[in-house]
Design a protein around this ligand. Structure first.
Ligand SMILES: [Zn+2]
Length: 352
């Protein structure tokens, strides 16, 4: 399979995130992407670098002011004499802050600015963050291009991941929403209704929000029930879209300990739902934090199931733009991605 991979992610590196108010080890690491790259190279996948893309594809789904923020956050921080390895927010404009008083405006202070745009403390900005995030978008768009040029499936090794980044907000290790940017790009070029299948254990709040009121991109997610797991505030079964987008969002929250059988049934429901509502390529937000040993997940999936999941998804016979999201058990991550892609290839008609 054609695999797109960027070196830019290597400069997006930090030792700690902040969880529950305390510095904890960072899970979203360079080693994750390098483990996947090595596993795919070892079995002969066709790796290539992405093409550069301008910002228009990003601002098609994100607030241009958020792009400007991410582009300037690090230099702004330094220009204000703040000398630390990373930036995370400490003051967040919650819905209750300005309730009844109109929306907040972006402040001038670097500490205030990051709270305005970033919704959690687990998504640090370092010097290499912006180039890495742009590189991940390039990976997503180059992967989508391969599919538009006729590939039946292609895989983009996006890092940082993207599905938690909303139109005007980033977080959850995500800066730009790679899958949403690719889906929008596909809508514009194919004229088809595009499906996004999100199999990361965490609800893809950003992708859902970007397309919530639109009928031309259908979003289906199976994930840990937000009553118990991050991102906590979205992903309930009664969230089905709004306005023209009503019934173009499908959420299946799953219980702790969800096993292969439970998961496969939910995946098949999601695929059937997407087939009914779309007629173009599927973008897959491929998170492997559903694996039983994942340090931040609580599902019980096994490696052989990923091959079955890839095969069932390819069995839709829709072109697949497969983009990496989460997955934090570095020891098995490469193998699990490799198995998912092997399942796709098993179904056939995937050109090398
Ligand atoms: Zn995740």
């Amino acid at each position: 399979m054609k695999v797109v991979h960027s070196e830019a992610h290597r400069a997006h590196t930090y030792a700690h995130e902040v969880t529950g108010g305390l510095p904890t080890r960072a899970w979203e690491t360079v080693a994750r992407a390098e483990a996947i790259r090595a596993a795919l190279e070892a079995v002969g996948h066709d790796l290539r670098a992405p093409a550069d893309h301008d910002a228009a594809a990003i601002t098609a789904v994100h607030d241009p002011a958020m792009l400007r923020y991410l582009e300037t956050a690090w230099s702004d921080w330094r220009a204000n004499g703040l000398d630390r390895a990373t930036i995370v927010p400490d003051t967040l404009p919650l819905a209750g802050y300005r309730a009844g008083m109109g929306a907040a405006t972006e402040p001038a202070s670097p500490c205030g600015r990051i709270g305005y745009w970033c919704f959690d403390t687990m998504t640090p900005i370092v010097e290499g963050t912006y180039p890495a995030a742009r590189g991940a978008v390039d990976v997503a768009l180059s992967t989508a291009s391969l599919v538009m040029d006729g590939a039946s499936a292609a895989y983009g090794l996006c890092r940082p991941p993207g599905h938690h980044a909303a139109r005007a907000m980033f977080g959850g290790y995500c800066y730009f929403n790679n899958a949403a940017i690719a889906a929008q790009w596909l809508v514009e070029r194919s004229g088809a209704r595009i499906g996004v299948l999100d199999v990361d254990i965490h609800h893809g709040n950003g992708t859902q929000q970007i397309f919530y009121d639109r009928p031309d991109v259908a979003y289906a997610s199976l994930h840990a029930d937000p009553m118990r797991m991050y991102p906590y505030f979205s992903g309930h079964a009664d969230e089905r879209g709004a306005g023209a987008g009503l019934d173009a969002t499908f959420n299946q929250p799953l219980p702790a300990g969800a096993d292969d059988t439970t998961y496969l049934r939910a995946l098949e429901r999601a695929l059937d739902w997407l087939l009914d509502r779309t007629d173009g390529p599927l973008v897959v937000s491929l998170g492997l934090d559903t694996y039983r040993d994942d340090p931040i997940g609580d599902f019980a999936l096994t490696t052989p199931l990923y091959r079955v999941c890839g095969a069932r998804t390819a069995g839709t016979r829709r072109p697949l733009v497969i983009l990496q999201e989460g997955g934090y058990d570095v020891a098995t991550l490469g193998e699990n991605v490799r198995e998912w892609l092997a399942g796709v290839e098993e179904v056939g008609s995937v050109e090398e």
